[in-house]
Design a protein around this ligand. Structure first.
Ligand SMILES: Nc1nc2c(ncn2[C@@H]2O[C@H](COP(=O)(O)OP(=O)(O)O)[C@@H](O)[C@H]2O)c(=O)[nH]1
Ligand SMILES: [Mg+2]
Length: 355
């Protein structure tokens, strides 16, 4: 899963990515995209590691792209933003980081601290980028229409669809609100529209606003909004567990940013985790909710999917309650599931296969 962390210049993106990944921050003003793996904290893995004592424990990860800051105030900035948008057409999720913190030594974008306006500007620019894309595509397809080609039926379908998308964008709505069906989505997939992707919002608040929530009103478009101080969180991430817990209590922070951030990403993307256990490895695997056992097997290995026989499944809750696998079996709580079983969050699965 790839999440692109976007926002205006100096909104705290790199500080946030550092806080959630535990890696040192990319220096301000860096012009490149930095890919940083963010492990998904999961208490279940900690407990399972105690039980199985595996050679290694592997957390699910989210790939975060820490991006250079956006600046739409001049032509140079707009061109850079357009180029950057072009590189983000295959990400799964956008995380918009909005500045709400005061800091006299960090110049504010457009000399204002207004997360709602920054969000509106960002959304408008993403809409415009998509509108340009759809308009270009329409032009191309219309030119092609005059020539007899093998793909004419498909082109006609696509053209009609793009006219529909153009209308939606012109009415200032993101394409994720277009209620497209699976076939339509497949047709436009290669274009990678930005506003088709889900978005999650992080408001980077000042030290004194920690613990408060912020209402972004209609600007948020129903997206999930979390408020945190990237600066404080990145300092917390450097501490050992004990002093971190103490500081968090003092500051009134109930959950560290890494957990909040990842949980929001997970919810926004509709992800859950299934688990595998053994002497070699205890591991969490991220999948979309609704994934069936046969597909889940493919995540582990293509051979396992190909030779799938069944999925021996127990729930983490049962294992935790009953203590070990033997007790789970004795209690009749070990299930044999087939290919079409819909995998649940926290399922511990042992795939039986034959190749
Ligand atoms: N006071 C304060 N300063 C922050 C906060 N987050 C980031 N900064 C500062 O703002 C500057 C820009 O942060 P950075 O993470 O590099 O922003 P980016 O350009 O969005 O990646 C740095 O000097 C940070 O120390 C915050 O929550 N509070
Ligand atoms: Mg940065």
């Amino acid at each position: 899963m790839k999440a692109a962390v976007i926002g205006m210049l100096q909104s705290g993106k790199s500080t946030l990515v550092s806080a959630v990944s535990g890696k040192p921050p990319v220096p301000p003003g860096a012009p490149e995209i930095h890919e940083v793996m963010v492990p998904v904290p999961d208490e279940r893995l900690d407990w399972l590691t105690e039980l199985y004592k595996p050679a290694k424990t592997v957390h699910a990860t989210i790939d975060c792209l820490d991006l250079p800051g956006l600046n739409f105030t001049d032509e140079h900035g707009r061109a850079a933003a357009r180029k950057l948008f072009g590189q983000l057409r295959t990400v799964d999720l956008f995380v918009a980081v909005l500045r709400a913190f005061e800091n006299d030594s960090v110049p504010a974008y457009r000399n204002r601290i207004d997360p709602r306006k920054d969000l509106e500007e960002l959304k408008t620019e993403m809409l415009l980028a998509d509108l340009e894309l759809v308009t270009n595509r329409i032009e191309r397809l219309e030119k092609q229409m005059h020539k007899p080609t093998k793909t004419q039926t498909r082109d006609k379908e696509e053209l009609a669809l793009h006219h529909k998308l153009q209308q939606i964008l012109e009415s200032e709505k993101p394409l994720r609100q277009a209620a497209l069906n699976a076939q339509e989505l497949e047709l436009i997939k290669p274009l990678g529209f930005l506003t088709l992707r889900p978005m999650m919002i992080v408001v980077n608040v000042g030290e004194k606003q920690v613990g408060q929530t912020m209402d972004l009103g209609a600007a948020a478009d129903g997206a999930e909004v979390i408020c945190l101080s990237a600066e404080i969180e990145s300092e917390l991430a450097q501490l050992d567990a004990e002093s971190r817990a103490e500081f968090m209590k003092d500051l009134g922070i109930s959950k560290p940013a890494s957990a909040q951030f990842v949980q929001s990403c997970y919810r926004t993307l509709g992800l859950i985790s299934f688990l595998t256990v053994g002497k070699d490895e205890v591991r969490a695997w991220p999948i979309r909710a609704g994934t069936i056992a046969h597909e889940a097997a493919g995540r582990v290995h293509s051979d396992i999917q190909r030779g799938f026989i069944r999925a021996e499944t127990m729930s983490y809750e049962d294992l935790r309650r009953l203590g070990d696998e033997k007790a789970v079996k004795a209690a009749g709580r070990m299930r044999l599931e087939g290919k079409t079983y819909v995998v649940q969050d926290g399922d511990i699965i042992c795939f039986r296969f034959n190749v």
